[in-house]
Design a protein around this ligand. Structure first.
Ligand code: HEC
Length: 115
């Protein structure tokens, strides 16, 4: 390798960290964002406190209340399992069971089969 090429290479290697520092220094804080007040609510019932604690961190109660009322109990069992296993919802086992019971009792109409 000739000397000018070597100098160029050394210059690039030395300048790289400086570029990163310059980029960090010019990064602006994210703009302030004030979301509107939450309007959707979970229906009251036994277990609603657990559902509030564990199910509203990522999305609103609309995700539950807009499901069709004829969904059977298995649907809610699968939903809670999907949230835990696929989407990373940190819901302890006993709370998951209680929340599933709450959802079935509250969001599944009796004729749909609550078993
Ligand atoms: C870690 C984040 C997270 C938590 C906590 C969470 N969810 Fe979800 N949920 C998601 C994501 C992501 C989706 C899919 C959103 C989309 O497709 O737009 C979703 C979608 C849903 C849906 C819509 C149907 C579907 O399957 O896409 C329902 C119903 C639902 N969640 C119920 C629950 C319940 C009940 C809990 C509490 C046990 C819960 N979620 C907790 C992330 C979460």
């Amino acid at each position: 390798m000739r000397r000018p090429a070597l100098l160029l290479l050394a210059g690039l290697v030395l300048a790289a960290p400086l570029q990163g520092a310059a980029r960090e220094a010019s990064a602006k804080p994210p703009p302030a964002y004030n979301p509107p007040p939450e309007t959707s609510r979970l229906i009251e019932g036994p277990g609603v406190d657990l559902a509030r604690r564990y199910c509203l961190t990522c999305h609103s109660a609309d995700y539950m209340s807009t499901q069709p009322p004829h969904m059977p109990a298995a649907f809610w069992r699968n939903e809670v399992a999907k949230m835990r296993n696929n989407y990373g919802a940190a819901v302890p086992e006993d709370a998951a069971k209680a929340i599933t019971d709450y959802l079935v009792a509250t969001y599944t109409e009796p004729s749909a089969g609550r078993k």
